[in-house]
Design a protein around this ligand. Structure first.
Ligand code: PLP
Length: 508
């Protein structure tokens, strides 16, 4: 590729040993490119013909100009300084960072899927529509729901969509309910979505078994309550044992049950949210169905609903034609409208269907069984080393705590997490759920082997043992000492955030 031989800074093997990698802007050289446009056959209009003068830029966009060779070198070096699901165990509780099988990427790369424009008419995209309808049927089968939308781009976007559906349903019944109930162990996106959806949050406490306190719940329920948002298993990794009772008393006041499906991998093929009494479910395809998480997107947070709510879903929806002759797009009768351009993050949907097809129903059941087994193995092995706030069988994740380590040796959950990086593992989630002091929330996921679990548990045990020894606390406070970037001052970074890059046009 032209211009690839030399760049603004000498870039060759010696860089590998450096502590710092130059930014892409430091690698920039005017006129250097790593792309060329295909010949399309579309006449080449000039910018003057196409864009009115007042909308045209007067200066070039200040982007880095690099060759493909330098770009790939830069990205590869950066990727070696990262921890990723492809590298090793990533026990980040609540986030379900499980390994994403490569077959799903292969499917999503098929030209017949990847090269289709979302505006192509249904008559030319019957294969895509068939895929979407099959995925919808599969997701309804595992959730016990009647229909779904694929538009939401992540779990939180699904929550907002579900709440808007809830609002539309009550509105259609001539009711303006104002409150949504959420347990105090809920994920932070739940109350945020409730507020965005125009509702007030009513919080109910957990009882001493880590479940919704039934007396407190009953006390806040009345006909002003639009619904309750729950995740089951909840964010403490525990199954809400009173779910049928909860469903009964929320439905009794005319409210709906919203299921935050971020933890669905714990119950796949075992029990369905619909059978527990839920009316609306969002699914995190980028968790349960192993499509990659990517820095806030592109993920997919489809929302599935019971039959009474299908008419309110965003549109258009892919459906089988009534005459049995293929598929078409259909607007639900009382749709809340679009929540995403086009049809959502479509290739994430293709990945999810590939994952479901490869596993089959029995494979999905094994996913759940293995996820729960792995978490309970860790709980049992580590219960003598760390505090176990709720010492009973957990589901796919276990919440431990470093409260005793902090009290005795001044070593906190944050220190344990940072030390774990030195041991070659990603850190667990810390300080969440908020109801647990010094929480360490560990989700091993079903993809890790017994050997990996043993290595992970061994690392946790070494860290705890070291804390009790002379100089051990100091080592924990200094961690991580072996990673490309050491311990950062996170409070300073948050308070003095520098979110801009002083980029000058490279031709200047
Ligand atoms: C329980 C729960 N609910 C909702 C979400 C939000 O999902 P997303 O990050 O896809 O927006 C998460 C994310 O970790 C979660 O763990």
């Amino acid at each position: 590729m032209s211009g690839a031989a030399a760049g603004g800074m000498a870039r060759s093997a010696p860089l590998m040993g450096r502590d710092t990698e130059p930014t892409i802007f430091e690698l920039s050289e005017p006129g250097r490119r790593c792309w060329q446009l295909r010949t399309t056959g579309v006449p080449a209009w000039s910018a003057e013909e196409l864009v009115p003068a007042e909308h045209r830029r007067t200066r070039p966009v200040p982007l880095a100009e690099v060759s493909e060779r330098d770009l790939v070198g830069h990205m590869t070096r950066l990727s070696h300084r990262q921890f990723s699901v492809d590298l090793g165990a990533y026990p980040l509780g609540s986030c379900t960072m499980k390994y994403n099988p490569k077959v799903c990427d292969e499917v999503a790369s098929l030209p017949g899927l990847a090269d289709v424009h979302p505006a192509a008419p249904a008559s030319m995209t019957q294969g895509w529509l068939a895929l979407l309808v099959e995925l919808e049927e599969a997701l309804c089968a595992v959730t016990g729901m009647a229909g779904a939308t694929f538009q939401p781009a992540a779990g939180a976007a699904g929550e907002l969509t579900g709440l808007l559906v809830m609002r539309a349903y009550h509105g259609a019944n001539g009711e303006e309910r104002r409150r949504v109930v959420i347990p105090d162990s809920a994920h932070g996106t739940n109350p945020a979505s409730v507020s965005l959806g125009g509702y007030e949050v009513t919080t109910v406490p957990s009882d001493d078994r880590g479940c919704v306190d039934m007396a407190a719940l009953r006390a806040v329920l009345d006909r002003d309550v639009a619904g309750i948002m729950l995740t089951n298993p909840n964010t403490l990794g525990l199954f809400e044992e009173g779910i049928e009772e909860i469903a009964g008393c929320v439905h009794d006041v005319g409210g709906l049950l919203y299921y935050d499906g971020a933890n669905l991998n714990a119950i796949l093929g075992v029990v369905r949210p619909g059978d527990m009494g839920f009316d609306i479910v969002h699914l995190n395809l980028h968790k349960t169905f192993a499509t990659p998480h990517g820095g806030g997107g592109p993920g997919a947070g489809p929302v599935a609903v019971s039959s009474q709510l299908v008419d309110f879903l965003p549109g258009p929806r892919p459906v089988r034609r009534a005459d049995g002759q293929g598929y078409e797009w259909l607007w639900p009768a009382r749709s809340i409208g679009r929540v995403h351009s086009w049809h959502g993050n479509a290739l994430v949907l293709a990945r999810a269907l590939a994952y479901i097809r490869v596993h089959g129903a029995d494979g999905l059941l094994r996913v759940a069984e293995r996820a729960v087994l792995n978490a309970n193995w860790l709980r049992t092995r580590l219960s003598g080393t760390f505090d176990v706030p709720f010492d009973r069988p957990c589901m796919h994740e276990v919440v431990l705590a470093a409260a005793t380590l902090r009290r005795k040796y001044g070593v906190r959950a944050l220190d344990v997490a940072k030390r774990l990086l030195e041991e070659g593992f990603h850190a667990p989630t810390v300080y969440f759920p908020l109801v647990v002091d010094e929480a360490l929330m560990i989700e091993p996921t079903e993809t890790e082997s017994l050997q990996t679990l043993e290595a992970l548990a061994g690392a946790f045990e070494r860290i705890a043992a070291e804390a009790s020894r002379e100089g051990g606390a100091a080592a924990a406070h200094a961690a991580p000492r072996t990673t490309p970037v050491g311990r950062l001052d996170e409070a300073r970074a948050a308070r003095h955030l520098v979110a801009t890059f002083d980029a000058r046009p490279s031709s200047a």
